[in-house]
Write a protein of this length. Structure first.
Ligand SMILES: *Cc1c(COP(=O)(O)O)cnc(C)c1O
Length: 447
């Protein structure tokens, strides 16, 4: 991670709101509305807890990302990472903005198709692609990035069935200076595994490699790592083209770009710790343009997930009980916990008050509603004394929470999208008992 001298932020207003734990970072204090819609109105209308997404931010973010990457390199495709957030409405917005679909399972493939995404606009990654869905993806013209030798054998079999040569991509893992290395996906570069596999593919005569893919990890705070990945993929592409006569049509750098979120234990606020997306685009573009001649530019694919969606998502929650722990620390029980906020395990999410509350701040702990000791939303946060029913706004929560939330102990709440015109629309209804028991079956003898 980039080291920067720590500068203590100037603190001017202390009377309202709170300081975030001991790092003395003044957080924004109060958020009474999202895109002009009052938090209180949303809670009154839809109940608490409630996920809220901003269509405006979603569109702005992908347009911004496209603009900065296209300003560095002429051929760019964004492919929306379904597992980051696969709500239909969210995917549809990104598809409307020109993104293809990046899927990693049969479920995600089928969800993209159901939403009307044609096969050729789908990129199929993931370490396990069941044979029947792999066959369907081949038939429908999806781009497939192979992850293992076994999958290559499956693809060869499908090629034989279809009596034609298939074009595929290879997932590559490599040392880009990011640790721990995600070396379980695809084929390793430095060990020579990639070349061995390429040799094997060429000898089989049923497949040809037309793309290289590398997803280094997630929340990568080092733009230079992408420059290294680009360098290495370009060198590999040249090698493969010379050795096997293939034409590498695309380089896919995966996702991993950070959102403005704060990893636990990181002292600096995201505004300081997280490099702007433009830095990543600049590093990648510089390598590509310096190593390639116009006319031989491969398509650059980016599968950015969290950087596009995280900051467009908010969770509204309400203080339901107030406690004093034996340690003397004040604690609040909220109606949303780690069942809805999977990312709270790794990130110190921003907590804002949905209402102005005056009073001396003191360190507090925020618990969720689960009957589990691990259900902690925030271990230490300075807050003024909050009355019962105080609304809180937690962000950024747009990435990975809606897909990894748990149906555990409580119902999952509704999700609302605030349209560009400022109207809230339900994009996922609140779960009911009926939804949850629908798949259960009571055997005859237990009835
Ligand atoms: C999860 C995933 C992504 C998206 O990652 P982010 O860190 O959210 O940008 C992209 N590509 C692949 C292959 C993934 O598994």
């Amino acid at each position: 991670m980039k080291k920067k001298a720590y500068q203590k932020p100037a603190i001017t207003k202390l009377q309202v709101g709170f300081l975030r734990d001991k790092s003395s970072t003044l957080s924004s204090l109060v958020r009474k509305e999202i895109d002009g819609v009052p938090v209180k109105d949303l809670l009154r209308r839809y109940g608490s807890p409630l996920f809220v997404f901003s269509e405006k931010r979603l569109r702005e973010q992908i347009r911004y990302a496209r603009r900065i990457f296209e300003s560095q390199y002429p051929r760019v495709e964004f492919s929306w990472s379904y597992k980051t957030n696969y709500l239909d409405a969210i995917c549809r917005i990104f598809h409307q903005e020109g993104a293809t679909a990046e899927v990693v399972s049969d479920f995600e493939y089928e969800k993209a198709r159901r939403l009307g995404v044609p096969g050729e606009k789908i990129i199929f990654n993931g370490p396990y692609k069941p044979k029947n869905i792999l066959r369907r993806a081949v038939e429908e013209g999806a781009r497939i990035n192979a992850d293992s030798l076994d999958e290559i054998l499956d693809l060869e079999e499908i090629a034989s069935e279809q009596g034609r040569k298939l074009s595929i991509g290879l997932r590559i893992n490599m040392d880009t200076g990011i640790y721990p290395r995600w070396d379980r996906f695809g084929f390793n570069l430095e060990s020579g595994e990639v070349l061995q596999v390429a040799q094997r593919i060429a000898a089989g005569g049923k497949l040809e490699v037309v793309g290289l893919h590398c997803h280094q990890g997630t929340f990568i705070l080092e733009p230079e790592a992408y420059a290294r990945a680009t360098e290495k993929l370009l060198t590999l592409a040249r090698q493969l083209e010379e050795k096997f006569g293939w034409n590498i049509e695309y380089l896919d750098l995966g996702g991993g770009f950070p959102s403005r979120n704060r990893l636990k234990g990181v002292y600096l606020p995201p505004e300081v710790a997280v490099p702007p997306l433009a830095d990543y685009a600049e590093r990648i573009g510089r390598v590509l343009l310096s190593r390639l001649q116009p006319g031989e530019y491969p398509l650059l694919i980016l599968e950015s997930g969290r950087a596009l969606v995280d900051e467009a998502g908010f969770l509204l929650t309400t203080v339901r009980a107030i406690k004093r722990l034996p340690t003397g620390q004040r604690a609040y029980v909220l109606d949303a916990g780690v069942n809805l906020l999977f990312t709270a395990f790794w990130y110190s999410l921003k907590v804002e008050l949905g209402d102005e509350i005056l009073g001396p701040p003191e360190p507090c702990v925020l618990y969720g509603p689960l009957c589990m000791n691990i259900d902690v939303v925030e271990e230490s946060i300075l807050l003024p004394p909050l009355p019962r029913e105080t609304p809180l706004v937690i962000s950024p929560v747009g990435a990975y929470n809606i897909t990894q939330w748990m149906q555990f102990i409580t119902y999952r709440p509704p999700v609302v999208l605030i349209t560009e015109e400022g109207h809230p629309e339900i994009i996922r209804k609140a779960e009911t008992l009926e939804d949850i028991v629908r798949l259960e079956n009571l055997p005859e003898h237990l009835r």
